[in-house]
Structure formats: structure tokens, C-alpha cells
Design a protein around this ligand. Sequence first.
Ligand SMILES: Cc1cc2nc3c(=O)[nH]c(=O)nc-3n(C[C@H](O)[C@H](O)[C@H](O)COP(=O)(O)OP(=O)(O)OC[C@H]3O[C@@H](n4cnc5c(N)ncnc54)[C@H](O)[C@@H]3O)c2cc1C
Length: 303
Amino acid sequence: MFDVIVVGGGPAGLSAALVLGRCRRRVLVCDAGAPRNRRSQALHGYLTRDGIAPADFIAAGRGELGRYDVALRHGVATRACRSTDGSAFEVTFDTGPVERATYLLIATGVADEVPAVPGLAACYGRSVFHCPYCDGWEWRDRRLGVLADGVSGARLAISLKTWSADVVVVPFQARGGRLSSAWRERLAANQIVIRGAPAVALHHSDGLLRDIELRTGERVPCDALFFAMPQHPQSPLAVSLGCMVNDKGTVTTGRLCHTNVSGVFVAGDASHDAQYVVVAAAEGFKAGLAINRALQERLIGHE
Ligand SMILES: Cc1cc2nc3c(=O)[nH]c(=O)nc-3n(C[C@H](O)[C@H](O)[C@H](O)COP(=O)(O)OP(=O)(O)OC[C@H]3O[C@@H](n4cnc5c(N)ncnc54)[C@H](O)[C@@H]3O)c2cc1C
């Protein structure tokens, strides 16, 4: 019996485990080993760790937990439910026995859809990105492309003007979404060109983008490409437990990461706040704090 089972060992889950370990709680962290930014070369915007390789960041976090009563298990949590007497959560894994805990923290993150354009997969995380805050600075003043349709693409293109004057929008043929004349005027006012034909391939050298091939055969020179695509929760566990989700598909949480389901907390990208490593780690800390407080409250009982 653990005090807490943390499902997901990314920045959110590891950070929660650190707080809980320091509070002398018995913690199990179960992780499938596929953090959202695993294709990225460098993690940016985390004070004191700006530019670290994502895998090194996770390895350092796991290493720090060695000092505490935190068990790390590789595997997928496939099911979570309340025990029949209601006193605990039971979590089933793809490997190993069913485990029980008083509280459950879900920190399973999200997965991004990636445009199915030939050449893009090889560039993803090297010269193709989706977040200017994470990777815009490295490509400042370079030729930037936006692969997206509709208003989301137009908004992303205008936001990229913060980093470069040279921004072009290339439609993504699998998704429709024409722009209104008002949006076209906004793009033109910001000297952003929209290409008429969709992208059919990215040409690159070892993942570094050279140009975007359009359906007309024309090639648009480009150093880095940003895209806007939907995302999905990595795991259905929170929903299966009855957690409320918002229209983005992430879980609605309170100030200290509690959900509408008693005893279930959600932190990191799987919840509703801004999706960055430093935010995920902070949410993990808050969830750990809230869970420890709840365990302390059990000592007081009912007044
Ligand atoms: C290409 C790219 C680059 C990025 N660059 C940056 C950057 O520079 N700076 C920045 O701040 N943010 C960046 N981000 C965003 C950042 O990756 C996320 O905000 C952060 O990883 C969220 O942490 P998390 O702990 O919530 O989720 P994750 O890091 O995604 O971790 C979730 C973990 O849960 C595991 N998991 C999922 N389901 C289960 C299950 N059922 N059982 C067990 N384990 C499970 C996964 O395998 C994973 O290890 C980037 C994202 C991408 C896609």
C-alpha cells in the first residue's frame, strides 16, 4: 500500500514525487518513458536548465529521487479505480502486480498530432517545432515558415514576428479552413505572405530544413517551420475516473491541482494551465503539497 501512486514520470510527476518523498510519504511513480518533448534537442525557458537535453533533465530528476522512499517503475498504468471498500485506489499496470494507494496523481501529459508531410518527421524537434516560446529564440532573424490553415495558422504567423521579420504561411493540405479577408489583411499588414498551394514535402539536410516543396513544384526556402495542430491526452485514466475535462481535452483542476473526483489530482500538461516544463514542475510541487496536507488532515480526523 502506497500513500500516493503517481502515474507519469515527466517533469510534473517527478516534481510531485520529490515533494512527497521529502514529506516521508511512500510513493510509486509509474512511467511509460515517452515524455512529450522527447523529440526535442534542447529544453528552453527553465531557469538554471536553459538548453539542457530533455533526457538529461529527466535523468537528473530521477537521480534526485534516489534519496527518498520513492519507487520508480517503468510501464503503463492501464486502469485505475476505487477499491470496493472505497478506502484506496487500485492501479493496474501492463506489467507487474496491481498496486494500491490512498491518493492518485495523474501526470500523464499530452500527445501532439504532427502533420503528415514527407520529410517533416526527420525535422521534428530539430528545425520543425510547434511552440515559439520553446524554440523561437534559436531561430531569431531566420526565414520562418508556418504550416497551418485557418485562424490558428494566422495567429501563429503573427506571433512569430516577435522573433523574425521573415515569416511565410504555407497551407497544410489535409486541413481546410480558409481565411477571411479580415485575417488576410492582418497578415498583409504584418508583411506575412500566404502561399496558395499546400506543402507536399520538406527538404532537409540531416533534419535541418532547407525548403518547403509546394504542390505546384515551387520550393520555398525556409530555415525553421512551426505548426499548429490539435493535441490529445496521453492517457484516458483521468477521464475513466470521472475527471471533468475542458474543451481542449485537458482536465479541469483547482488551485492545488485537485479535480472533481475526491482523492484524484492532475498536474502538468494533462491539466488546464500553460504547457511548459517549468509550469508542469510547479504544478507537480503544488499537487504534492496538497496531497501531503490531505494526508496530514487524516491525522486530525473530524473535529
Ligand atoms: C517538440 C517539443 C519541444 C518542447 N520544448 C519545450 C521547451 O523548450 N521548454 C518547455 O518548457 N516546454 C517544452 N515543451 C513542452 C513540454 O514538453 C511539456 O510542457 C512537458 O513535458 C509537460 O510535462 P508533463 O510532466 O506534464 O508531461 P510529459 O513530459 O509528457 O510526461 C508525461 C509522462 O507520462 C507518461 N505516461 C503517459 N501515460 C502513461 C500511463 N498510462 N502510464 C504510465 N506513464 C504514462 C509518459 O510516457 C511521459 O513520460 C516541448 C514540447 C514539444 C512537443
